[in-house]
Design a protein around this ligand. Structure first.
Ligand SMILES: Nc1nc2c(c(=O)[nH]1)N[C@H]1C(S)=C(S)[C@@H](COP(=O)(O)O)O[C@H]1N2
Ligand SMILES: [Mo]
Length: 418
């Protein structure tokens, strides 16, 4: 049993109260999984748990940071300057977020398997501080399972089991997970350090004995094989999904719900024109793009738009779900459209509004409309946009989550002009 490091401190009054042993429940209750010898697998050891814990900690850290970046891009705070270069940065970070999250599935499973006998530890609660520690672990396990499961459901577009808004829930539970994780690491660090330092203390040459379990039993072999199996499972899952964003791996992307190169004009589609209910509006010959603000307004027909200077940029659609695909887009620079009503693209922002009547992603804001690569695109790969890619006009801007690349644009409103 490892002594709690803080227990060696000169105990203050509160600390004494928190760590005071609580009464032990009657031995007669110690049945079933609570029996001392209920879990016999010699594979479980502090060393195995520590190694899985380190890997899982790194994976969660990556998911947290890349997830935070995705959140900030979708909800940019006014005081924060966000770079638009490199244009494919979000494509990389979000691909990493989803790939790492999926690789976490076998890691988390193995880690929970290695520690679940501790659910039945005896006595269940030794002291108030022990109770707090167990509650933190419960929060960590609950939050980790929630993140992995809700993330997988989101990529699968299966919202039935999620009666809440995925994005908000996934964001807030991430803070619970990271808070509980930091506290868990703080408590377990001495145990982990100790377990990892014991490398090679087993019987040399036998290849069987390796590490010491919590109760002093020597852990038998098989740990390496177990870790290898977990690593292989994580690797296979990664390979089978990375192809949704890395084109050369796309033939292997059996688990990736969207593969680059599929869909109209070689680009995947999440929301079709039919499901967004915009078919009639966008095919109407009376379609006009309205640019408005500062008390001025212009209406542009498709012919007017085609008569303006055309520019081409090569930019990815990088969906929050981890898939991405690069397209060659041609159209009118957003800055040129804003100039038509005398707005200064250097000092204003632009709200881009879809002809779609409802839905969360019918509008988005461009904070830096002066960027030359930001287009109201009319063409993809040299052809007019497919209906599902946002015909007749869609926004395409660098380093931007897919949900903000608004399709079927009908109105642009100048905001925040000075
Ligand atoms: N108006 C509108 N634009 C939208 C959406 C939407 O639901 N409505 N979905 C967005 C999402 S989630 C993505 S990933 C991209 C996909 O663009 P694509 O269908 O051309 O590949 O469009 C974005 N633009
Ligand atoms: Mo998306």
């Amino acid at each position: 049993m490892v002594r709690h490091p803080v227990g060696r401190m000169r105990p203050g009054r509160i600390w004494a109260w928190l760590t005071e042993p609580l009464p032990v429940p009657p031995e007669g209750l110690r049945r079933g999984p609570l029996r001392p010898d209920a879990f016999g697998s010699p594979l479980r050891s502090a060393r195995l748990t520590s190694q899985l814990g380190v890997a899982l900690g790194v994976a969660f850290g990556i998911c947290f940071l890349t997830g935070l970046y995705s959140h900030v891009l979708q909800h940019p705070p006014a005081w924060l300057w966000l770079p638009t270069r490199p244009a494919g940065l979000y494509r990389f970070t979000q691909g990493l977020h989803v790939a790492t999250g999926l690789a976490t599935v076998p890691l988390l499973g193995a880690k929970l398997w290695s520690v679940y006998p501790r659910l039945f530890t005896w006595p269940p609660v030794r002291s108030l501080i022990h109770a707090a520690e167990r509650l933190t672990v419960a929060a960590l396990v609950g939050a980790a399972l929630f993140q992995v499961i809700s993330g997988v459901l989101n990529i699968a577009h299966w919202y039935g089991p999620m009666p809440f808004f995925f994005t908000d829930a996934h964001y807030w539970v991430a803070w619970i997970a990271i808070g509980a994780l930091v506290s868990h690491i703080g408590v377990q660090l001495p145990v982990v350090k100790d377990a990892l330092r014991r490398r090679g203390k087993g019987e040399p040459g036998s290849g069987l004995v390796d590490g010491v379990s919590e109760n002093g039993r020597e852990a038998a072999g098989g740990r390496r094989e177990f870790l290898l199996a977990v690593a292989v499972a994580a690797g296979v899952i990664t390979l089978a999904t990375l192809g949704q964003t890395v084109r050369s791996l796309s033939p292997l992307a059996l688990l990736g719900p969207r593969r680059p190169g599929t869909g109209p004009q070689g680009l995947p589609v999440n929301r079709t024109a039919a499901s967004a209910g915009v078919r009639d509006a966008v095919l109407d010959p009376a379609y006009r793009l309205t640019v408005t603000g500062l008390g001025r307004s212009v209406e542009l027909s498709l012919a007017d738009l085609a008569a303006l200077p055309q520019h081409t940029t090569v930019l990815p659609i990088a969906c929050v779900e981890g898939w991405s695909s690069v397209g060659t887009w041609t159209g009118v620079r957003l800055r040129d459209l804003l100039s038509l009503i005398g707005a200064d693209p250097e000092t204003c922002t632009a709200e881009i509004e879809s002809l779609q009547a409802g839905g969360r992603y019918r509008t988005s804001t461009v904070g830096d409309p002066a960027d030359d690569r930001t287009l109201i695109a009319l063409r993809l790969g040299g052809e007019p946009l497919a209906l599902d890619h946002g015909f007749p006009a869609r926004l395409i801007a660098p380093n931007r989550p897919g949900v903000l690349q608004t399709k079927w644009v009908g109105r642009i409103t100048v905001r925040g002009a000075s």
